[in-house]
Design a protein around this ligand. Structure first.
Ligand SMILES: NC(=O)C1=CN([C@@H]2O[C@H](COP(=O)(O)OP(=O)(O)OC[C@H]3O[C@@H](n4cnc5c(N)ncnc54)[C@H](OP(=O)(O)O)[C@@H]3O)[C@@H](O)[C@H]2O)C=CC1
Ligand SMILES: CC(=O)C(=O)O
Ligand SMILES: [Mg+2]
Length: 591
């Protein structure tokens, strides 16, 4: 049985209810119902009170067996549930027990997605309380396999799909989404999904996964998060030939057609949700990613996680590692395998941090940073043929083709893998790093695990236990000669949830690089002596909500300092304020 708003007996008006539900905007006709002329279309929508059968099927409110006796009476649930009343803790215990029965990671992923669609609060309670265990299920590496098989495992759509078919109608499509107040959008066009390449429309697993981390790790309410996939086709022939493929079966649109769709999307988002919706670009191919960021960073609140979020997390690890390595960042020499979004994004932020900490100009700071792409070391003789984002890294040096020769020639203290190609840090490469450095810092950032440049076991074994190692996807602890090494996970998941929370809670209107540096410093400061003793340069994910509150506070503080924050007056204790803004997944009582 459903009651419409008009039937409520407490006398509240429609507008009162909307305001309480957090529909922002401050204008009464925010969906254009009054302004629309007779020949224009509008989206009809209503608020209704969920009860009975529909309450059990509403993932936002469903509590399953945890509905109390009183709630079962008041909400027409009698007979629709078995008599037993369960606590949320017991439900959590049961679901975790069931999940652990699955041997195949993809089955765990599917069980978690089913839970998210059945009982949202229980889903987040599980994820928050068991973050180290479940992160690899809802995120890398399993989400990679889920995207590859998305068509086959597809049951119910999550997020919004905007394809070329919707050109000219994107604003209307946005209005089809049930939530009217959105604060964060994670959007992909599916062309570079982790290190797995073009997965087209099946990339949707990534925005869905990233946004579940916004909530679990950063405390951003799920209702204000919107996953979006823009489908402009795919160049992945295997998908085009797959009868279960869920996307447009055509080659990717490019050039003007692509740019126009993205422009319409960006305008529609701003028109529908206002100036302060954070748009996180995720897993676009680099030929679009840099351009989109450059084009929209001055007009929209945008953030590219692969370029900027990754940079902030890796810089945090580097700052933390100085306690083990000694010296300052400026004393180190960095070599990257991979000169795309992640590689050049990290390189640029390292150089920026060096300029902020010393009087060294940016050009000079860049000279200690070298990158290798698929054609070899980036050197000045290649400059004419390089993509624009590689040009700042074309230093004077003779051409070098192979990574091992680049290691020997450049003698890096830090080796970072951002190539998307697995097994490229060979035994020879790791041994060379170990022969050059007492403690070589090796980061194999490529995801998922199959694409990691080397494994934790390889890094520790081949360096004879001398390496400091971190990777994009998690590895189990490694035993080597009687010692246990626990590697850190250098993944942008450490930063984007807290970073986004900081932006949202301060009403920040633009992302500034200094906010990324603030996030790096905040994350680095969370690494404890105990972590260092285990060889890790990142804190465990178990403390991530506390860490996210800290990151959010530092990011917001920087935004206030830069005059970019609009939530005034500035809260005096930003950490407390961040904590007070965070969503908690405990069940609410229903009257
Ligand atoms: N841990 C984390 O938080 C993150 C990890 N990543 C991971 O990093 C990887 C790369 O992502 P991204 O930078 O966006 O991708 P890009 O496609 O932008 O860049 C890939 C780079 O790797 C180079 N490359 C490819 N193959 C080789 C090879 N065999 N030898 C040397 N270089 C090679 C490419 O060279 P060329 O330019 O010549 O084609 C390019 O410069 C992915 O696996 C992704 O999952 C990304 C973001 C965050
Ligand atoms: C982690 C991430 O964003 C990536 O691998 O693309
Ligand atoms: Mg990514």
């Amino acid at each position: 049985m459903e009651s419409t708003l008009k039937e409520l007996s407490n006398g509240e008006s429609v507008l009162d209810i909307k305001d309480k539900c957090g529909v922002a905007g401050g204008v009464e006709d925010m969906y254009g119902e009054d302004r629309a002329t007779e020949d224009q279309t509008i989206t009809p929508w209503t608020f209704s009170v969920a009860s009975g059968y529909s309450l059990l099927r509403d993932p936002h409110y469903n509590k399953g067996l945890a509905f109390t006796e009183a709630e079962r009476d008041a909400h027409y649930l009698r007979g629709l549930l078995p008599p037993s009343v369960s606590s949320q803790q017991l439900q959590e215990k049961k679901v975790m027990h069931n999940l652990r029965q699955y041997q195949v990671p993809l089955q765990r992923y599917m069980a978690m997605m089913d839970l998210q669609e059945r009982n949202e609060r229980l889903f987040y309670k599980l994820l928050i309380d068991n973050v180290e265990e479940l992160l690899p299920v809802v995120y890398t590496p399993t989400v990679g396999e889920a995207c590859q098989k998305y068509g086959s495992i597809f049951r119910r759509p999550q997020g919004l799909f905007i394809s070329l078919k919707e050109k000219g109608k994107i604003l209307e499509v946005l209005k089809n989404w049930p939530e009217k107040s959105i604060h964060v959008i994670v959007v992909t066009d599916g062309e570079r999904i982790l290190g797995l390449g073009d997965l087209g429309c099946q990339g949707m697993g990534i925005p869905v996964g990233k946004l579940s981390l916004y909530t679990a790790l950063g405390g951003v309410r799920p209702s204000v998060c919107l996953p979006i996939t823009i489908d402009v086709g795919t160049n992945n022939q295997k998908l085009l030939d797959d009868e279960f493929y869920i996307g447009l079966k055509q080659k990717r649109a490019t050039g003007q057609e692509y740019a126009e769709l993205l422009e319409e999307f960006m305008s529609a988002v701003k028109q529908n949700y206002g100036e302060k919706v954070l748009i996180q670009f995720e897993d676009f191919a680099n030929h679009n990613a840099f351009e989109l960021l450059a084009k929209y960073r001055t007009t929209h609140l945008v953030f590219n996680d692969d370029i900027q979020g990754t940079a902030s997390v890796v810089l945090a690890g580097l700052i933390a590692s100085l306690k083990l390595l000694g010296g300052t960042l400026a004393d180190h020499t960095f070599l990257f395998l991979g000169a795309g979004e992640a590689g050049t994004g990290i390189a640029e932020l390292i150089a920026l941090e060096i300029t902020r900490k010393t009087s060294v100009p940016l050009e000079e700071a860049r000279k200690k940073i070298w990158l290798v792409d698929s054609k070899g070391l980036i050197v000045s003789s290649r400059v004419e043929s390089l993509q624009h984002f590689k040009k700042p890294w074309a230093h004077d040096h003779e051409p070098v083709k192979e990574l091992i020769d680049a290691v020997k020639a450049i003698k890096p203290t830090v080796l970072i893998g951002t190539s998307g190609v697995g097994k490229t840090f060979t035994k020879e490469v790791v041994e060379a790093m170990a022969s050059l450095n007492p403690k070589p810092l090796i980061m194999a950032l490529s995801n998922p695990t199959s694409q990691a440049e080397c494994t934790a076991d390889e890094a520790y074994t081949w360096s004879k236990g001398h390496a400091i190692f971190a990777s994009g996807s998690p590895f189990d602890p490694v035993e080597f000669e009687g010692r246990t090494f626990v590697s850190g996970q250098a993944n942008n998941a450490y930063v984007f949830p807290g970073f986004g929370l900081g932006i949202i809670m301060s009403g920040t209107i633009r992302v500034h690089d200094d906010m990324l540096l603030a996030a790096s410093e905040a994350l680095a400061s969370e690494v404890t002596e105990d972590d260092y003793l285990k060889g890790r340069i990142y804190p465990p994910f178990t403390n991530i909500r506390k860490i996210s509150a800290h990151i959010a506070a530092e990011v917001a503080a920087k935004a206030y300092e830069l005059g970019l924050a609009t939530r005034l007056p500035r809260p005096s204790d930003l950490v407390k304020y961040a904590e007070s803004c965070m969503y908690t997944p405990l069940y609410r009582s229903y009257r």
